[in-house]
Design a protein around this ligand. Structure first.
Ligand SMILES: [Mg+2]
Length: 202
């Protein structure tokens, strides 16, 4: 066997091992922004509840609810969705935001623990089959949603200027996403929007 053949086998082995290792972190789908998700289509598919992360998902980290966020929640209510904001942040951060957009909320949600997601579904009176999650971080937001059995949608963080510990996490996220780029859209993971994995970097 020549060298090239050996190298190919090693690469394939690495791909198979790493992709099964990282599978738990892969989002059901990945879009640029929470504001471009086709919510009407998801409602038609039977979804009735949405759990949202806040910081860098709906607004920049620590920012108050803006017009775009308020209008999004109005639109979601008009469609017929129940919503719940699930944040690991403290109540003084989460409560004013949730009040402004008119949504129930859970603060100190402990993501990626399942508990917060389950409490959110209780509040919305929905279940795993009718709820999906939208967030910007793989190792908290998406992992927690996947562990709970929810359809997860990863969005690009709104503000690229982040604290150093989050920047480091983004590098790790990029490694996992690169490994998973071929997997999104497989196994009926409903690519209702074109998959951007191969074009976009986090
Ligand atoms: Mg976030």
């Amino acid at each position: 066997m020549d060298c090239r053949e050996n190298a190919k086998r090693v690469c394939w082995g690495y791909y198979v091992i790493s992709s099964s290792m990282f599978e738990t972190f892969y989002p059901g789908n990945y879009v640029d922004s929470a504001y471009e998700i086709p919510y009407e289509k998801l409602y038609e598919r039977g979804y009735r509840g949405i759990i949202f992360d806040v910081d860098n998902t709906l607004v920049p980290h620590g920012a108050p609810a803006d017009k775009q966020a308020i209008e999004l929640f109005e639109r979601l209510r008009a469609i017929g969705f129940s919503t719940c904001i699930l944040s690991n942040n403290k109540e003084p951060r989460v409560s004013p935001f949730a009040d402004k957009v008119g949504s129930p909320y859970i603060f100190k949600g402990g993501k990626p623990s399942r508990k917060g997601y389950e409490r959110a579904m209780e509040q919305m009176n929905t279940d795993r089959a009718t709820t999906f999650f939208v967030g910007d971080q793989l190792f908290t937001d998406v992992w927690g949603a996947n562990r709970t059995g929810l359809y997860s949608i990863l969005v690009k963080p709104i503000n690229p200027k982040e604290e150093i510990q989050i920047v480091l996490k983004r590098y790790l996220e990029a490694v996992v996403l690169r490994t998973g780029e071929r997997r999104v859209g497989e196994k009926g993971r409903s690519p209702w929007v074109p998959c951007h994995y191969k074009k976009k970097k986090i």
